[in-house]
Ligand binder design. Structure first.
Ligand code: AHG
Ligand code: MN
Ligand code: MN
Length: 353
C-alpha cells in the first residue's frame, strides 16, 4: 500500500526542480485532518458538540467543532511554513502571516475547515475542503488579498477530507484525482482509490428540494425531468441529499449524480462559497471527468470579487450537469428577455435587487 506522502514524493520526482514544499503543505493539512478526525470520532463523549456562542461572517452560528477545526488547520499551516496566507469560512478577515518564516511560503490556502457542521450531532458525514494557489506577490513579502482572489483555474491543488464510515482524503494537482483512506491504526492515509473518475451519467440528484418554490424555472423544470418516467435514461432518478456538500459530492463522484445548490430570488448567488467550497470541488469534478458550473458558465473561470463570495453551484456527472444547464438556458430563452439585464438566476431586473 502506498502512503499519501510516498505518492506525492513519487509524483514530485517526475517534476524537474520540485522542491518538496508542496509535499510539506499537504502533510500539514493531513496533520490537521487527523486531529479533526480524532475529535469527531469521540465527539459524543467530550464537551465538543454544540454551538460556540459566536457567528461567522455569513451570520451562521458556529459550532464548537467549526472553531476547533479552523484553529487546527491554521495552526498546522502556520507551523509548516509553506503557506503565507489563509482565507477560512470561519474568519471574517484573511490570516496573512507577517513572520519571516511564513512570508517565505509560496502558497496561499482557502479552507472550509468543517463542511456540513450542522450535521455533527446526528453522526452524519462531515468534511473539510481546501484549495491551494501559488502566491502572486513576491516570496518573502506579506501576502496580499490579490493572492487569495485568484480564479479557480489558477488552483495549484484542491482536495477534501470526508469523515464518514471511513475517513478519506481526495485531492488533485491538475493531473487526475486520487483518493486515500485513513488507517487510524497506523495514522496514515493510504492510496485506495487511484485515478478516480465520475461516471458521466448517474441516477441520483442532490438538491434541497424543500426550497422548490423559490428555485428558478430552469431548476424546477430539471427537477420535474428527474422525476419523469423514462426507461432509457433510468428515470425517475433517486433523490439523495445529506446536507454536507463533501458527502453528497463524494457519493456522486463514486456512483454518478448531480449536486445543485441554485440561486433563488432572495439569494441569487445561492449559499455555497466560491473560494473554499465551489472552486476546490469544481476542480476535483473537472479532473475526474465531471463538470462544475453556476448553471451557465464554468465555476473555475469566475474571477472572485470578495473572499466570502457565494455562487450557484451545479456539479457532478457531465451529462447530468449539461442537461440541467440546458434547462437553465431554455428557461432564459423562453423568457424572451435579453440576457444581462435580468438576473440569470431569479428573473428579477438587476436594478431592483
Ligand atoms: P458549512 O457547514 O460549511 O456551512 O456548509 C454547509 C453547506 C453544504 O455543506 C451543504 O451542502 C449545504 O450547506 C446545505 O444547505 P441547506 O441546509 O440549505 O440545504
Ligand atoms: Mn461548507
Ligand atoms: Mn464549514
Amino acid at each position: 500500500m502506498k502512503t499519501l506522502i510516498e505518492f506525492i514524493h513519487q509524483k514530485q520526482c517526475e517534476i524537474p526542480y520540485a522542491t518538496g514544499e508542496f509535499t510539506q503543505l499537504i502533510n500539514d493539512l493531513t496533520i490537521a485532518a487527523k486531529i479533526v478526525n480524532r475529535e469527531l470520532t469521540k465527539a459524543g463523549l467530550t464537551d465538543i458538540l454544540g454551538e460556540s456562542g459566536e457567528s461567522n461572517v455569513q451570520g451562521e452560528v458556529q459550532k464548537k467543532l467549526d472553531v476547533f477545526a479552523d484553529q487546527h488547520f491554521i495552526k498546522a499551516l502556520k507551523n509548516g511554513g509553506q503557506c503565507c496566507a489563509i482565507v477560512s469560512e470561519e474568519l471574517d478577515e484573511p490570516v496573512i502571516f507577517d513572520d519571516e518564516f511564513s512570508m517565505k511560503g509560496k502558497y496561499v490556502v482557502a479552507i472550509d475547515p468543517l463542511d456540513g457542521s450542522s450535521n455533527i450531532e446526528v453522526n452524519v458525514p462531515v468534511g473539510s475542503i481546501f484549495s491551494v494557489y501559488q502566491r502572486i506577490s513576491p516570496v518573502g513579502t506579506r501576502a496580499t488579498i490579490e493572492d487569495l482572489l485568484q480564479p479557480g483555474v489558477e488552483q495549484h491543488a484542491a482536495g477534501y477530507i470526508t469523515y464518514g464510515s471511513s475517513t478519506m482524503l481526495v485531492y488533485t494537482t491538475g493531473k487526475g484525482v486520487n483518493g486515500f483512506t485513513y488507517d487510524p491504526s497506523v495514522g496514515l492515509f493510504l492510496l485506495s482509490h487511484p485515478d478516480m473518475k465520475i461516471p458521466e451519467y448517474g441516477a441520483m440528484y442532490s438538491i434541497n428540494e424543500a426550497n422548490y418554490i423559490y428555485f428558478p424555472e430552469g431548476v424546477k423544470k430539471y427537477i420535474n425531468y428527474c422525476q419523469e418516467h423514462d426507461k432509457s435514461t433510468n428515470r425517475p432518478y433517486s433523490t439523495r441529499y445529506i446536507g454536507s456538500l463533501v458527502a453528497d459530492f463524494h457519493r456522486n463522484m463514486i456512483r454518478g449524480g448531480i449536486y445543485i445548490y441554485p440561486g433563488t430570488e432572495k439569494n441569487p448567488d445561492g449559499k455555497l462559497r466560491l473560494l473554499y467550497e465551489c472552486n476546490p470541488v469544481g476542480f476535483i469534478a473537472e479532473q475526474a471527468g465531471g463538470k462544475a458550473t453556476d448553471g451557465f458558465k464554468r465555476i473555475l473561470e469566475i474571477k472572485p470579487k470578495s473572499l466570502h463570495q457565494r455562487v450557484p453551484f451545479f456539479t457532478g456527472s457531465v451529462l447530468m450537469v449539461d442537461k440541467a444547464m440546458e434547462f437553465m438556458s431554455l428557461f432564459l430563452e423562453n423568457s424572451g428577455r435579453p440576457k444581462g439585464i435580468y438576473c440569470d438566476y431569479c428573473r428579477k431586473p438587476q436594478e431592483q435587487q
